[in-house]
Design a protein around this ligand. Structure first.
Ligand SMILES: *[C@@H]1O[C@H](CO)[C@@H](O)[C@H](O)[C@H]1NC(C)=O
Length: 591
């Protein structure tokens, strides 16, 4: 009898009953990795990489298995994360241009009118900090207007990279000798710039030579006037000078791009240009420690936006060669170590009980990077590849001792955009009422008070184009996925859909599907076997519901059906007058 009561008590105590109500104004430590794949983490099924600290978070909290980025690339995904809205609503997209912000000195970025959860919390008395990668723009029309800067978006503290990691951040023979394992890193803009400049150098060089030869011939054959010959000689000299300048600049393209994009800012000051990759990991951890200890007695929100595990995969010597998966694996294990450090700082400061910790990645692993990219587990595709699951399914772990259950696994579809209403709700703030918020408060789902997330439809955009969508058929317990467009894979490198471009396009060289490709994710999470469109009558209704939802989002953009495209070519080119610099030659180290 007593035993039965005990059992009943235990059972009653298991799920929701024993949870305490969330305390007022708790702290938030949000951890976001860069390009980390869901298949890279132990608790999500990786058996050969060691991620004990992320696994510990999952054991002590709630692990989401169907957590979805709002875009398969960083800039739009991060914009959606911070605003709780599809990137298409803020214009953090392009129609035919680039898919991410390309330059720190471009004019595009998260529009100042957008409201981030950081801003709401800041207005609500929180201190708010961002450490690491931003990649949502800096300035609009002068190098110091900082219209897109983290300060403008609710972060009172910012130390990090305004853009983010790129292959270009590791210049060969730059200001510091790159560690040997960095030398062969695929560089992005550097190569393009080099190529273009050399092309211009050749063009101008040939022009100069042509004019010189013509002038000499004209002079000797028909005795053209002296003045004309002098003019031709001057023109030839100018062209030759341009050619020489272009080739000199091209030769140093790597270092110039590194200075233009890979620099460290503290607030509005550039403090290290270019960035010292070998020091940045320790520096960010130190900053986090200082932030947490300084603000341990007031409500805080800290977004730790890791540079890991994006190339150039900077890993401290202690972690080099330690994993079983090369330099990428080393970087994942170091990331996990950083997570562990942050958790132990929380423990030491006695903050664990009152802090919600969240861990995620901005998008799936980058398969085109080959062994330098991660794994998306069973999911098809990866970063940038249309609406395939691999680019969207990311890790999602929430821990809040006593407020959230321990070791719970939730399979419902949830989104990075849900963090917005969840954080705002817990902090006691109010959601903006003048705009559409696409995220849903996760707290009831995480606590087990409701079996369902607020999403029965999620749209998977590739830039402004609807590539795919999922529909949850609750009565049947099925999750359907429609693909309206998919990338056109290059058969030469299976798995890496667009090896020559690095990232697949959203329009142009893609496949359109009418009727859409159809999968049931419960039975076929790897999207391997397309189903027949007539598979179930309920599907017509589902497809209509998806189309209506898409129309609703487009109508919400206003009468023109579009907003200013922040990643469009016009805003996404280098504007010299927007370039933040320190020192005389955009080179300094004040750290
Ligand atoms: C674990 O991660 C590594 C590195 O991304 C990957 O090569 C390996 O396939 C993963 N293992 C599993 C079981 O997913």
């Amino acid at each position: 009898m007593a035993f039965a009561i005990m059992i009943r008590l235990l059972v009653a105590c298991l799920p929701v009953a024993c949870l305490r109500a969330p305390p007022p104004r708790p702290n938030f430590l949000l951890l976001m990795a860069d390009d980390l794949g869901i298949g890279d983490i132990g608790c999500y099924g990786n058996r050969s990489l060691r991620t004990p600290n992320i696994d510990r978070l999952a054991r002590e909290g709630v692990m989401l298995t169907q957590h979805l980025a709002a875009s398969s690339l960083c800039t739009p995904s991060r914009a959606a994360f911070l605003t709780g809205r599809y990137p298409i609503r803020s214009g953090m997209t392009s129609a035919r241009g680039h898919r991410v912000l390309q330059w720190a000195a471009g004019a595009g970025g998260l529009p100042p009118e957008e409201i981030t959860f950081a801003r709401i919390l800041q207005e609500h008395g929180y201190v708010t900090g961002l450490l690491g990668k931003w990649h949502l723009g800096l300035s609009c029309s002068s190098a110091t207007d900082f219209c897109h800067h983290p300060h403008r978006h609710g972060f009172s503290h910012f130390t990090g990279l305004p853009l983010g990691m790129m292959g270009d951040c590791a210049p060969p023979g730059g200001v510091w000798p790159p560690p040997p394992h960095l030398e062969s890193w695929p560089s992005e803009k550097r190569a393009v710039l080099e190529q273009r400049l050399f092309w211009w150098a050749r063009l101008f060089g040939a022009g100069a030579a042509g004019i010189l030869i013509t002038a000499v011939m004209m002079g000797s054959i028909i005795g053209h006037p002296f003045r004309l010959r002098v003019a031709a000689a001057i023109l030839a000299c100018v062209l030759a000078a341009v050619a020489i300048l272009a080739s000199v600049v091209a030769r140093h393209a790597g270092e110039l791009v590194a200075r233009a994009d890979c620099f460290l800012m503290r607030g509005a000051e550039v403090t290290q240009q270019p960035l010292r990759l070998d020091r940045v990991t320790d520096m960010l951890l130190r900053e986090a420690e200082v932030f947490l200890s300084l603000h341990s007695d007031q409500p805080f929100l800290l977004l730790m936006s890791f540079l890991h595990t994006h190339i150039p995969l900077v890993t401290k010597p202690d972690f080099q060669g330690r994993s079983r998966h090369g330099v990428y694996g080393d970087n994942v294990e170091e990331l996990d170590w950083m997570v562990g450090r942050l958790l132990s700082i929380l423990d030491h400061l006695g903050l664990t009980e009152n802090t919600l910790v969240y861990f995620t990645s901005d998008n799936g692993a980058w398969l085109e990077a080959g062994p330098l990219g991660g794994s998306n587990g069973v999911f098809r595709g990866g970063k940038g590849m249309g609406g395939w699951e691999g680019g969207f399914r990311v890790p999602g772990v929430f821990r809040f001792p006593g407020v959230l259950p321990e070791g719970r696994v939730v399979d419902e579809p949830t989104s990075l955009m849900d963090v917005f209403p969840t954080v705002v709700g817990l902090a006691g703030g109010a959601l903006p009422e003048d705009r559409e918020i696409d995220g849903r408060d996760l707290l009831p789902l995480l606590r087990g008070e409701t079996p369902h997330s607020g999403h029965h439809i999620l749209l998977h955009f590739c830039e402004i184009f609807l590539h795919a969508a999922r529909f949850v058929q609750r009565d049947a317990g099925k999750t359907w996925k429609f693909h309206f467009m998919t990338p056109n894979p290059d058969p030469s490198t299976p798995g890496q859909a667009c090896p020559s471009r690095g990232v697949c396009p959203c329009v142009g060289d893609i496949k359109e599907h009418d009727p859409p490709l159809l999968f049931e994710l419960g039975a076929d999470p790897g999207e391997t076997q397309p189903l027949l469109p007539g598979a179930e009558p309920a599907l017509f209704e589902a497809l209509h519901a998806v189309q209506r939802e898409h129309e609703r989002v487009i109508e919400g953009l206003g009468p023109s059906g579009t907003v200013r495209q922040q990643l469009g070519t016009l805003y996404n080119v280098w504007r010299p007058w927007l370039q933040p610099c320190c020192g005389t030659w955009c080179a300094c180290d004040l750290e």
